[in-house]
Structures are given as structure tokens and as C-alpha cells.
Design a protein around this ligand. Structure first.
Ligand code: SAH
Ligand code: CA
Length: 212
């Protein structure tokens, strides 16, 4: 589902900085070779994530759900000089493609790429996070939040993707994923530790800022 009329969507993209050559290549290659290419962040959302990351200037980023690495490369644009991006995906079939593009994008040395279940890997990671991007299996969104919330300093951010789930959050009878996303949105809305804004970009991004 597109939330904006096509002409307006085009206008929005035309007035958003271009994706660079490497991101364009990765976007094309993902669409040509990988299953479910609509999962890739793509131009507008990629630029939004890069912009957010530059505003936050994080020292440490955690991404849950690497897929083909597009959003990781965008998020890494805002890392501090000696910053680190940790990114996790359960799908080992994408490893070669992801590593190839982390190399091309020049972020291999500041990126730690983990293959496995994020629920198992997050507790093994060292330190705190300034920016977390949640974008893996929707059913576990609340579990990921619970795993990271105490490891985010006041003023740190959690961005969560697909929180409108093609508009299905409005359905009376919700399937499992939709119910999980709706519960997640309500959980954060009611958590006094964070302030939230649900931004209706693409499939919806929930921005949560840790206040205490
Ligand atoms: N962030 C990417 C898209 C992620 S798509 C982008 O914007 O371009 C969602 C990814 O979550 C898929 O690659 C899938 O393999 C991964 N995933 C699903 N369940 C997971 C789990 N339990 N642990 C880690 N990754 C998982
Ligand atoms: Ca997504």
C-alpha cells in the first residue's frame, strides 16, 4: 500500500537528495537477485535514516535486520569518526552480498555483522547504543525493545520500521504480525521512559527518544 498518491510520492523523491552510485547498485541488485526486494529501505527511507543518523551523530548503532545492507550503509553515514555499527540478520544466504557492499561503501572496518537470531545475539553485544534501528521479524519487536531499552543512554533513539504495516494496524481483526506491531506502538506510547513520534514515511517509522 502506498500512503501518498503516486505523483506526490514522486515529488517527494525528486526533492530528496539522490542515493549514491553504490546504494543505487545495491538497490538494483537486491531487486534483481534477492527474495522479497520490497523489504529494502530504498531511496527516500534510506535518505531519512541517513539524515536521522547525522542529526544524532551516534558513537554506537545497533541494527536488527540487515537484509542486503542498504539501511546499514545509510545509518553508518552519521557515525562518529571512531563509531561502530552492529548489524544482525538471521539469513546467512545474504552474507556475501552484504560483505561485498560494506566493502564497496567503505564501512567494513566500522561494521560488525552478526549472522544469527537477534534475540540470542543482542545480549552478547558489549556496551550501550546511541541509536537502534529495529527492522527484523515483527512478532519480536517488543522483545527487541525490552532487550535494548536499558542499554540506551538518556537522549538516545530507537527507530522502528513498518509500524503502520501497510495500514493493517487499523484492521478490526488483526493477524499475528499486525497485532504485534499494534501492541508495540501502544507499548512505546505508554512507556514513560520514551517520547515518541510516529512518522508516516513509507510504511511508518516510529521514533522513540529515551528521556530518562
Ligand atoms: N533493514 C533492511 C531490511 C530488513 S528486512 C533495509 O531496510 O534495507 C528484515 C530482515 O530481518 C530480513 O533480512 C530477515 O532475515 C531478518 N530477520 C528476521 N527474523 C530475524 C531474527 N530473529 N533475527 C535476526 N534477523 C531476523
Ligand atoms: Ca523494513
Amino acid at each position: 500500500m502506498e500512503f501518498l498518491p503516486e505523483a506526490l510520492e514522486q515529488y517527494v523523491e525528486q526533492h530528496t537528495s539522490f542515493e549514491n552510485e553504490i546504494l543505487q547498485q545495491l538497490n538494483r541488485e537486491t531487486h534483481a537477485k534477492v527474495m522479497i526486494p520490497r523489504m529494502i529501505s530504498g531511496h527516500l527511507q534510506g535518505r531519512f535514516l541517513a539524515m536521522m543518523s547525522k542529526m544524532i551523530a551516534p558513537k554506537t548503532i545497533l541494527e536488527i535486520g540487515t537484509y542486503t545492507g542498504y539501511s546499514a550503509i545509510c545509518l553508518a553515514e552519521g557515525l562518529q569518526q571512531d563509531g561502530k555499527l552492529h548489524t544482525i540478520d538471521i539469513n546467512e544466504e545474504l552474507e556475501d552480498l552484504v560483505r561485498q557492499y560494506f566493502d564497496k561503501a567503505g564501512i567494513a572496518d566500522k561494521t560488525q555483522y552478526y549472522i544469527g537470531n537477534a534475540l540470542d545475539i543482542i545480549p552478547t553485544l558489549p556496551g550501550n547504543f546511541d541509536l537502534v534501528f529495529i527492522d527484523a521479524d515483527k512478532i519480536n519487536y517488543a522483545n527487541y525493545y525490552d532487550l535494548v531499552i536499558d542499554r540506551i543512554s538518556p537522549g538516545g533513539y530507537i527507530l522502528t520500521d513498518n509500524v503502520l504495516w501497510s495500514g493493517k494496524v487499523l484492521d478490526d481483526k488483526k493477524d499475528k504480525d499486525t497485532a504485534a506491531i499494534d501492541a508495540f506502538n501502544k507499548k512505546l506510547m505508554n512507556d514513560p521512559r520514551v517520547e515518541t513520534v510516529l512518522v508516516p514515511i513509507r510504511d511508518g517509522i516510529l521514533i522513540a527518544r529515551k528521556t530518562i
